[in-house]
Every structure is written in structure tokens, then in C-alpha cells.
Design a protein around this ligand. Structure first.
Ligand code: FES
Length: 102
């Protein structure tokens, strides 16, 4: 699929999490102190919407049961062997793109 524009930088406020959809697939766009990263938007625990979570330091907090996932690595804070998939982000010309596999 390649680069897909999902937001403008101005929409991804500092220290926030935003949910975006690419087709039927949700992604959680994190902005941690200006560093924008993306995770697959479905929580590995029970399927909660990570993009509707909140930020706790460098972790996104799932809105369903408050499990926390590292915005950069996807690792769970308590058990790094559990991970949510990460997605490469490119910021260019004021827009945020996800680099999605074909
Ligand atoms: S579904 Fe995310 S913590 Fe339970």
C-alpha cells in the first residue's frame, strides 16, 4: 500500500493519542513530546481501541482495562514479550503518513 496520509501534523496534538482508520483498520497515532509514532489500533488483550486511549508518559493506555503499550516499540509495560504491532510513520510537508505493507 505504501505511504498513506492519515492526518495533518496540526491534528496530532503534542502528548496525545488519536485514532485513524485506513480502510477498516484502526491505528493509534501517538505524539510523545513531538515524536509521532503509530501502533496497530487493536489492543492485544481483548481488542480495545488503542487510538481512543490516553497517553501516560511514552505509553498509550488502553481505554478498556488500562494495559499500557509503548508508543515506539509496541511493548507492554509489565511484560515486554507482549507487543502490539508498530507501524512506520513519515512526517512530510505538514502531513502524517503511515508506511503500510502492500
Ligand atoms: S482490551 Fe486493552 S487492556 Fe483489555
Amino acid at each position: 500500500m505504501g505511504l498513506v496520509k492519515v492526518a495533518s501534523v496540526s491534528e496530532v496534538k503534542a502528548d496525545s493519542v488519536n485514532e485513524v482508520m485506513v480502510g477498516d483498520t484502526p491505528y493509534a497515532i501517538c505524539n510523545v513530546g513531538g515524536n509521532i509514532t503509530a501502533l496497530y489500533g487493536i489492543c492485544p488483550h481483548r481488542g480495545g481501541p488503542l487510538g481512543q486511549g490516553t497517553l501516560h508518559g511514552q505509553f498509550v493506555v488502553c481505554p478498556w482495562h488500562a494495559w499500557e503499550w509503548n508508543c515506539a516499540t509496541g511493548e507492554n509495560d509489565m511484560d515486554p514479550s507482549q507487543k502490539v504491532a508498530t507501524c512506520e510513520v513519515k512526517v512530510e510537508g505538514g502531513d502524517v503518513f503511515l508506511n503500510l505493507p502492500a
